[in-house]
Design a protein around this ligand. Structure first.
Ligand code: ITT
Length: 197
């Protein structure tokens, strides 16, 4: 079984990616590898940031048969011209929790009518193979921003993102349901086809 090291400090994301790759790959986290670093994400796109994350772990796998995988993701709101986008984790400020970001988004969108609440969740997955080859894959899912919290599962903006074709928020879905149709599931599925090649 090939080993994949996840370049994320976000345990919620790590759990989702693990579930998406389970049984096919041996997925380990930075924590499992004893890596405790802060990666500065100063790219201008999701793909650039995802690559920054995987490149930062390269020194830790030198000479090992390990694939590194990273995810940079975010919520792009039409009315906000794509914001919070690559800044989704720190929308309400540095080191804020999910709730602060959600409260800010609800507040900013308070007066925006239903037909103008379009959004998309985006995930860019980057991988580096042991031979140094780098690839990125993008998953994008359309939806709308809710007027209030909907549902309790998931993490981050899940309670505010109404998935377009099901009409339900990510937080109203079970883990398995979200992992069948999410932006991250779409990006990881593309990566998987290459990884299994
Ligand atoms: P790493 O960089 O360590 O992977 P992070 O949380 O900082 O962790 P990002 O920079 O990619 O990751 O920020 C993504 C943010 O977008 C994340 O913190 C959530 O607020 C939000 N997000 C991404 N995917 C999400 C999902 O599936 N559901 C809800 N919110 C999500």
């Amino acid at each position: 079984m090939k080993t994949i090291l996840l370049a994320t400090g976000n345990q919620d994301k790590a759990k989702e990616i693990k579930a998406l790759l389970d049984n096919v790959f041996d997925v380990v986290t930075m924590k499992d590898f004893g890596i405790d670093i802060d990666i500065i994400e100063d790219g201008q796109t999701y793909e650039e940031n995802a690559l920054i994350k995987v490149r930062a772990l390269k020194p830790y796998v030198q000479g090992k048969d390990v694939i590194i995988m990273g995810d940079d993701s975010g919520l792009s709101v039409d009315f906000l011209e794509g914001a919070p986008g690559i800044y989704s984790a720190r929308y309400a400020g540095e080191n804020v929790d999910y709730d602060a970001n959600n409260q800010k988004l609800l507040e900013v969108m308070k007066e925006v009518p239903k037909e103008k609440r379009g959004a998309a969740f985006i995930s860019a997955i980057a991988i580096i193979f042991p031979d140094g080859r780098e690839l990125t894959f993008r998953g994008e899912v359309p939806g709308t921003i809710a007027f209030d919290y909907c549902g309790k599962s998931g993490f981050g903006y899940d309670p505010l993102f109404i998935h377009r074709s099901t009409g339900r928020s990510y937080a109203e879905m079970t883990k398995d349901e979200k992992n069948k149709l999410s932006h991250r599931a779409a990006a990881v599925a593309k990566a998987k086809t290459v990884l299994l090649d």
